[in-house]
Design a protein around this ligand. Structure first.
Ligand code: ADP
Ligand code: MG
Length: 311
């Protein structure tokens, strides 16, 4: 009867986007009490996104983002894509721009041709719109280069973003900073649901990352993750799994990268995200083909259910 149950389980799993490479591990999944997730590319999207916008006086968030997106129109930088994406998500009208110029390692400059920039207090015409003057978008290096200090509010925004491990890019208009955005690797919405569901099943969730303490703390807090290990060198990830196992835990590791492979092998159940590298998939017992961290929950449920049937 056992092989039959396992076979049913396997096809049911496949329909849930779960590819089982090692059936014994799949059976073991019912005893898991801890799931360790890799951060970048597993719990997060692994790409930059705009996570905050700060404005000054007469500039609205929409003004800041749409003008920034205009200036970034010609740039292939990951930051430019994030800013254009944020403007697109908010369905903002991006003004025309010309004279694009990349300032290597600092940012970009362009001339914004429309009157999309806001009208000043005095009710005069928008400066950028009227004169078509230079608008800059760039990081702290750009401000140093232009010899511009951020306003007090923007400096505070930058400090707070920095403490969360986020980068900041400023909008400079008429020799002054008029807005800024904070950029971070974006947490997947599905990750939140996965963590909550695992907790509801009585499973502890941990996160493992090579990223900084600041970033790790922020992501763990955001997702309600119990334990995190930050600044873990690629060669030390598997040692963290062993540490948990030595402490009496039965551990699943979920990862996508080449440097996750030893930890996937070491874990009681190694789970690779399907979009991950071949090396991670080869090291894994189970592959989540839909790249959805919530499928870890389905996997545990399936394993627990099939165990009940076999008894
Ligand atoms: P990196 O690859 O580490 O981002 P770059 O030399 O490309 O290094 O950029 C260094 C910094 O310059 C960035 O962190 C950012 O602050 C600023 N920068 C570069 N390009 C842009 C851009 N297109 N838009 C805004 N800021 C930029
Ligand atoms: Mg990764």
């Amino acid at each position: 009867a056992v092989p039959l149950v396992v076979a049913i389980n396997t096809s049911l799993a496949a329909r849930n986007g779960i590819l089982i490479r090692d059936r014994v591990a799949m059976e073991e999944a019912r005893t898991l009490d801890t799931v360790v997730f890799d951060k970048t590319g597993t719990l997060t999207k692994g790409e930059q996104g705009v996570v905050g916008v700060e404005t000054t006086a007469e500039w609205s968030e929409a003004d800041v983002l749409s003008v920034m997106a205009a200036v970034e129109g010609d740039s292939e930088h990951m930051i430019a894509e994030a800013i254009r994406g944020a403007a697109r998500e908010r369905a903002l009208t991006v003004p025309d721009a010309r004279g694009f110029e990349a300032l290597e390692g600092r940012g970009v400059r362009a001339t914004v041709d429309t009157d999309a920039t806001p009208v000043t207090d005095g009710g005069t015409e928008s400066a950028a719109g009227a004169t078509g003057e230079s608008v800059y978008v760039g990081g702290p290096n750009l401000l140093r280069h232009l010899d511009v200090d951020p306003t007090a509010a923007l400096a505070t925004f930058a400090d707070e973003a920095g403490s969360r491990g986020q980068g900041v890019v400023y909008l400079v208009h008429d020799g002054a900073t008029v807005g800024a955005v904070a950029l971070a690797d974006v947490v997947r919405e599905e990750s939140r649901a996965a963590v909550d569901a695992l907790h509801a099943m009585g499973v502890e969730v941990a996160m493992l990352t090579g990223d900084s303490e600041d970033v790790a703390r922020a992501v763990a807090a955001d997702l309600g993750i119990d334990t995190y290990f930050a600044e873990v060198l690629p060669g030390d990830k598997d040692a963290k799994i062993t540490e948990l196992q030595t402490g009496g835990r039965t551990v699943a590791m979920v990862g996508d990268g080449v440097n996750d492979a030893p930890a996937l092998t070491r874990a009681d159940v190694g789970i690779a995200i399907g979009s991950g590298t071949d090396v991670a998939v080869e090291a894994a017992d189970v592959v989540l083909v839909d790249n959805d961290p919530r499928d870890v929950v389905s996997l545990l449920r399936l394993s627990r259910a099939s165990y009940r049937k076999m008894r």
